[in-house]
Design a protein around this ligand. Structure first.
Ligand SMILES: NC(=O)C1=CN([C@@H]2O[C@H](COP(=O)(O)OP(=O)(O)OC[C@H]3O[C@@H](n4cnc5c(N)ncnc54)[C@H](OP(=O)(O)O)[C@@H]3O)[C@@H](O)[C@H]2O)C=CC1
Ligand SMILES: O=C(CO)COP(=O)(O)O
Ligand SMILES: [Zn+2]
Length: 352
């Protein structure tokens, strides 16, 4: 299918490396972004990075306003918007994991200003993408927004974050394998627009990460570097596609449904990783690549079973059989799985 026009929105300055946090002001000034920022952060990220960012801008004569967020909700987005308007700020800086960064992304979009992403955890590709995700009313709203104008990913900080957040980021990337397969399937069966460039980039990102699994080890700063580069690359794939398709297929539907059934039971990346094992089995059967996905997840220490996710068997089956209802996105789940088929997929792959 031929797209008549595309609009690819990308971050412009992406800083990755040791102590790059100290260069946040530089990354912003280089974009000619001037005036007073609002820092949106959480309790822990504030200590880890937010206070240092605040001091940098204060030293340049732009004392930032600040708002602390502790939950991902539309009410929290509104609080960020209110704080920005009250303090009359010019742009926003999100400092933290996915929660503060998503809230910043959505508020910046609503306010029509730019925002800078300063991740303190490499937990999923939302820290660099133009997608935001907020759970509300028992469902998950995944919305399109502008990506950050700059990303400042300090590998020293990311390497010090709890290891499980990093393994979640890895699993989110590994799930690109099945996301791309679902996208191609949707093209064949539903004539959905498929971007060769975006699909190839998303898949290659997962392959490179798996090839480097040996250098992804707790305590190694290089791990944070490898993972962040992959998260950036995956974010670019989504920007090229103009949707989350290259990084979100049936394994994400499964995870979103788990979020609805058992909120906060496990991390997003860990859920999509386990989902990806089963979805690969659905695509390719007993002799497909599902063992490769499982082994890649195990190699970096991400969960591969329902037990390791801390989620019971019945919930896994319910999520699998109802995941297709989550959103209008054609995947291998089609119009839904029967309970026996879901049980077989989960049992054969050792998820339950
Ligand atoms: N945009 C997208 O595509 C996607 C967005 N999401 C959204 O992202 C959120 C989940 O992201 P996630 O990053 O897991 O969650 P959080 O931002 O909630 O971070 C997880 C926990 O880690 C803490 N934390 C963050 N950085 C550090 C650090 N350096 N050291 C120690 N602790 C740290 C946080 O503290 P504190 O609570 O103090 O902030 C929080 O308790 C959800 O809101 C989800 O909806 C999920 C998937 C995709
Ligand atoms: O998590 C994502 C990609 O990894 C975003 O996808 P969604 O559009 O399913 O929220
Ligand atoms: Zn994801």
């Amino acid at each position: 299918m031929f797209e008549k026009s595309t609009w690819i929105r990308l971050p412009r300055n992406v800083l990755v490396g040791h102590d790059v946090l100290d260069r946040t002001v530089e990354a912003v000034e280089e974009l000619h972004l001037t005036g007073r920022p609002l820092i949106v952060t959480g309790e822990i990220p504030r200590e880890v990075a937010g206070n240092a960012v605040r001091q940098q801008f204060a030293d340049r004569g732009h004392e930032p306003a600040e708002v602390l967020v502790d939950e991902a909700s539309f009410a929290a987005v509104q609080r960020v918007i209110d704080a920005a308007e009250e303090a009359n700020v010019d742009y926003l800086i999100g400092v933290g994991g996915g929660k503060p960064i998503d809230l910043t992304k959505m508020a910046a979009d609503e306010l029509g200003v730019g925002f800078v992403s300063v991740p303190t955890a490499a937990s999923h590709d939302g820290i660099v993408s133009g997608r935001a995700s907020v759970p509300e009313d028992g469902t998950r709203h995944s919305v399109a927004a502008n990506p950050p104008v700059a990303v400042v990913a300090d590998t020293g900080i990311l390497a010090d974050a709890p290891w499980r957040l990093t393994t979640a980021g890895c699993a989110d990337i590994i799930s690109n394998y099945t996301a791309v397969k679902d996208w191609q399937l949707a093209q064949r069966l539903q004539n959905v627009y498929y971007s060769e460039y975006s699909g190839a980039l998303a898949r290659m990102t997962a392959e490179l990460l798996v090839e480097r699994a040996d250098s992804i080890k707790q305590g190694l700063e290089e791990s944070a570097w490898v993972v962040v580069k992959a998260l950036v690359s995956s974010g670019v794939a989504m920007s090229i596609a103009g949707s989350s398709r290259p990084a979100s297929g049936a394994e994400h539907l499964f995870s979103h449904q788990l979020d609805r059934l058992v909120p906060d039971a496990a991390l997003h990346g860990h859920q999509v990783g386990v989902g990806s094992i089963m979805v690969e089995y659905l695509h390719s059967g007993e002799n497909g690549e599902w063992r490769d996905i499982r082994d890649a997840l195990a190699a970096i220490g991400a969960p591969t079973t329902a037990d390791e996710l801390g989620i019971d068997e019945a919930t896994v089956i319910e999520a699998l059989t109802t995941a297709h209802e989550i959103r209008d996105r054609y995947t291998i789940l089609g119009n839904g799985m029967s309970e026996p088929a879901a049980r077989e997929a989960a049992e054969v792959t050792g998820v339950i």
